[in-house]
Design a binder for this molecule. Structure first.
Ligand SMILES: [Ca+2]
Length: 651
C-alpha cells in the first residue's frame, strides 16, 4: 500500500523551483526492491529511479512505526520533540476516536512550500489524528498542516481493514444479531402492550427476561459493531467521508488514480501512471521525485509460514525494532534529471527528516527558526558538492526511549552504532517479536545493555557480532564519544505532553467519524464502477443449470443463445457475480453507460478488417493426406520417448 505525497507547483516549474513528488510506501522493506538487491521481486519502475537518479543506501527513518515516522518526515524533527511518543510501548495512534495527533503548532514541509506558491496535496495514509472535541471537527485534518488537498485514509490500513474470510462469519453474526435484537424488542413491546391492555395474559417476569435478553444481544451487537473496520477504516476526500467501511482491496488503485488526478488538475495531464504521467507532460526535468518507506518491513506479519510483511534484506529486525537496522533503514531514491547525477549511489547516513530542509532549500522556503530541526538539506550531498553527510550522529528512539545511536566520524570510514536497549526476540531463537506482534520499547521484553553493544556497520552491516574492548581498540573512545553526543542531544529536548499512550488511548464514541447518522455509518461514494454490457448470452442447459451441459461448451449464435435488446448491464464492482441486471429504474447512469459502450463497440468495429476465417463451418475439413505419420502411411505407430522421460514428464 502506497502513500503518495504529491506536492506540485501550480504553474509549470522553472529550473530553480522544481515540482516535487514525494512517494512514501507503507511498511516496505529495503530488501523488497530490485535496486537494493532483491532478485525475486520485479520493481522496474522504482529501480528506474535509482538508475536515473541518486540512490541512498543508508537512509534512516526517525522511528520504526507509522505514526511517529511520518510525524518526523512531515516536520523534520524527532518525534519526541513534537510529542508523537508515549511513556510506554504504545507508539501509534490506535483509533480515530482518540483525541490525539500531530500538534497544530508543528510546521510541515507542506506549510513551507505552500508559502512559496505551491499547490500541495497528500494522497494516501495520514495517521496523524483527526478529531479533537467532537465528531467531524477535523481539527487534525491534513488541511491544517499545509495540504490544499487530501484524499485517502485519515487512519491507517490495519489488518482489520482488509477483507478477511475468517471475519465473514463474525460480520454475518453481527448482522443477524441486529435483526434478533429488533425482533425480540418487537415481541417484548407487543407482549407488554397486550398485558397493559389486558388482551394477553403473560407474566411480567417473561417480559422482563425478554428485555434483559435484548440488552444482552444489544451488547454483543454493539461490541462487534464498534470494531476497527467500521470506525477506523474509511476513506475521505477533503473533509467528506466517501467510503465507510473502506474496501481495502480497491483502495490502492483508487489512491494512484487520485494522485494522477491531482497532477492532472495541476498540470493538465491526460493519462498515464504517476511516473509516466510526469514524463508525459514533459515535466521529467522539472520534477524532483523522492521514493522511500516509512520504516522496515513487518516481520511478524505472517499467514502460517507465508511472509506477508516485507523483507529487510541482510538487516536485523523490522517494523517496530527501533535500534536494529531492519526497522529503520529504508529505501531512499531521488530523481531530478539534469540536476542530480544519474546512477549515483551514496552510502552516507541520511534521514527521512532531511526532506523538510531539502524541500525548503529547493523552493525558497524558510525553515522554522524557533525550534530544533533535526533534518539537513541533502542537496549538496545529492549533487556531489560534498562527500560527507552532515549527520555525524543520528539517534534511534523507541517511543520516547533512546535505544541506539550511530556515529559517522568525520575523519574515518567507520560507521559506529551503539545500542543501549534492544528488544528481546520471542519465541527464543526467533529473529522478531512474534509473541507481541511488534517489538517493545521498555519493560520485560527488552534488554538494557551496560556496557552498550557496539557495532561497526561498515564492517558488519547486519549487526551480527558486537565489538568488545578486546576486538576493537577504539571501543572506549567510541562509547564515550557517543555517550557525550547523546548527552548534548538530550539537552536540546524540551519536555512536551506525549500525544500517545501509555496504554491504549482513550477512545470516545463522540469522536468517531461517521458518514451517516451515528451509529449508522455506511457509505460508498467512490463510484469506482466497472460496467459490463451483455448483448448476447448463452442459454444454459438443461433448464436451471449454470453451464451448457448438453452441448459441452456454450455456443455463440443460434438457438442456444439469447439476444438482448436492450442489453444486460452489470456493475462488476458491486455485483461481481453478474447476478442482477441493472435497469433504468435501478441505475441512473443506465442510458449513459449503454450508449457509451455502444459507441466504443462501433469504434472498435471500425478497426476490424474482414479476413478469411480460419475456423468454422467447412474450414475444419480433414484431409487424409495432411495427417502426420511417423511410419509408412497408414501404419503410424512409434514410441521413441523411453521410460525415463515419461517419468520426468509425470513429475
Ligand atoms: Ca507503516
Amino acid at each position: 500500500m502506497w502513500l503518495l505525497l504529491t506536492v506540485g507547483q501550480s504553474q509549470r516549474a522553472d529550473d530553480d523551483k522544481p515540482n516535487i513528488v514525494l512517494i512514501m510506501a507503507d511498511d516496505l522493506g529495503i530488501g523488497d526492491l530490485g535496486c537494493y538487491g532483491n532478485d525475486t521481486i520485479r520493481t522496474p519502475n522504482i529501480d528506474s529511479l535509482a538508475r536515473e537518479g541518486v540512490q541512498l543506501t543508508q537512509n534512516i527513518a526517525a522511528a520504526s512505526l507509522c505514526t511517529p515516522s511520518r510525524s518526523a518526515f512531515l516536520t523534520g524533527r524527532y518525534p519526541i520533540r513534537s510529542g508523537m511518543v508515549s511513556d510506554g510501548n504504545d507508539r501509534v495512534i490506535l483509533s480515530l476516536g482518540a483525541p490525539v495527533g500531530l500538534p497544530r503548532n508543528e510546521t510541515t514541509f507542506a506549510h513551507l512550500v505552500k508559502e512559496q506558491g505551491y499547490s500541495t496535496a497528500i494522497i494516501g495514509k495520514w495517521h496523524q489524528g483527526l478529531n479533537c472535541n467532537f465528531r467531524n471537527d477535523y481539527c487534525r485534518h491534513p488541511s491544517h498542516y499545509g495540504f490544499d488537498y487530501f484524499y485517502g485514509m485519515p487512519y491507517s490500513l490495519y489488518d482489520t481493514c482488509w477483507p478477511d474470510p475468517s471475519r465473514d462469519a463474525e460480520l454475518a453474526i453481527s448482522g443477524r444479531l441486529w435483526i434478533c435484537v429488533q425482533l425480540v424488542a418487537m415481541a417484548a413491546l407487543t407482549l407488554a402492550l397486550g398485558k397493559l391492555r389486558r388482551v394477553l395474559c403473560v407474566p411480567w417476569a417473561l417480559i422482563l427476561s425478554l428485555v434483559l435478553f435484548i440488552l444482552l444481544l444489544g451488547h454483543f451487537w454493539l461490541d462487534s459493531y464498534q470494531s476497527t473496520l467500521y470506525w477506523n477504516c474509511l476513506l475521505m476526500r477533503e473533509q467528506e467521508i466517501t467510503e465507510q467501511p473502506m474496501k481495502a482491496e480497491r483502495a490502492g488503485s483508487i489512491m494512484v488514480k487520485e494522485a494522477i488526478s491531482f497532477l492532472e488538475r495541476s498540470f493538465f495531464i491526460v493519462s498515464g501512471k504517476l511516473l509516466a504521467a510526469i514524463d508525459d507532460l514533459g515535466l521529467r526535468n522539472h520534477t524532483l521525485v523522492y521514493f522511500t518507506s516509512d520504516h522496515g518491513g513487518h516481520l511478524e506479519a505472517r499467514l502460517g509460514h507465508a511472509q506477508l510483511g516485507g523483507y529487510n534484506g541482510i538487516f536485523k529486525g523490522g517494523k517496530g525494532t527501533a535500534g536494529w537496522e531492519g526497522g529503520i533503514r529504508v529505501p531512499g531514491l531521488f530523481r531530478w534529471p539534469g540536476k542530480l547525477p544519474a546512477g549515483n549511489v551514496i552510502d552516507e547516513p541520511t534521514s527521512l527528516m532531511d526532506i523538510l530542509p531539502t524541500v525548503a532549500a529547493l523552493t525558497g522556503g524558510i525553515v522554522p527558526q524557533d525550534r530544533v530541526i533535526d533534518g539537513r538539506n541533502l542537496m549538496p550531498l545529492l549533487q556531489g558538492q560534498v562527500q560527507r553527510s552532515e549527520h555525524e550522529f543520528l539517534f534511534h528512539y523507541c517511543s520516547r526511549f533512546l535505544h541506539a545511536a550511530r556515529w559517522r566520524p568525520k575523519d574515518s570510514d567507520a560507521m559506529w552504532k551503539v545500542h543501549y536497549v534492544t528488544p528481546i526476540f520471542q519465541p527464543p531463537g526467533a529473529q522478531a517479536c512474534y509473541e507481541t506482534t511488534y517489538c517493545q520499547c521498555i519493560g520485560d521484553n527488552v534488554t538494557y545493555h551496560d556496557p552498550p553493544l557496539l557495532f561497526d556497520l561498515s564492517q558488519d552491516p547486519s549487526e551480527s557480532t558486537p565489538l568488545t574492548k578486546d576486538t576493537e581498540p577504539l571501543y572506549d573512545l567510541v562509547i564515550h564519544t557517543v555517550a557525550d553526543a547523546v548527552k548534548e542531544h538530550r539537552k536540546t529536548i524540551t519536555q512536551v505532553q506525549p500525544q500517545l499512550g501509555p496504554g491504549p488511548e482513550p477512545q470516545f464514541v463522540w469522536l468517531m467519524s461517521c458518514c451517516g447518522v451515528f451509529p449508522f455509518c455506511f457509505c460508498d461514494k467512490e463510484g469506482d464502477a466497472m460496467w459490463k454490457v451483455h448483448y448476447v448470452t448463452p442459454i444454459f442447459q438443461p433448464p436451471g443449470a449454470q453451464a451448457c451441459y448438453e452441448t459441452t461448451y456454450c455456443q455463440c449464435i443460434g438457438d442456444n443463445v439469447t439476444y438482448h435488446d436492450p442489453p444486460l448491464l452489470f456493475d462488476l464492482s458491486q455485483d461481481p457475480s453478474e447476478s442482477t441486471p441493472l435497469t433504468k429504474d435501478t441505475e441512473p447512469l443506465y442510458d449513459l453507460v449503454i450508449h457509451t459502450v455502444a459507441d466504443a463497440v462501433k469504434e472498435h468495429r471500425k478497426t476490424i478488417t474482414q479476413v478469411q476465417p480460419q475456423l468454422g463451418p467447412d474450414r475444419n475439413r480433414q484431409f487424409v493426406w495432411l495427417m502426420s505419420c511417423c511410419g509408412v502411411f497408414p501404419f503410424c505407430f512409434c514410441d521413441k520417448e523411453g521410460e525415463g522421460s515419461t517419468r520426468q514428464a509425470a513429475i
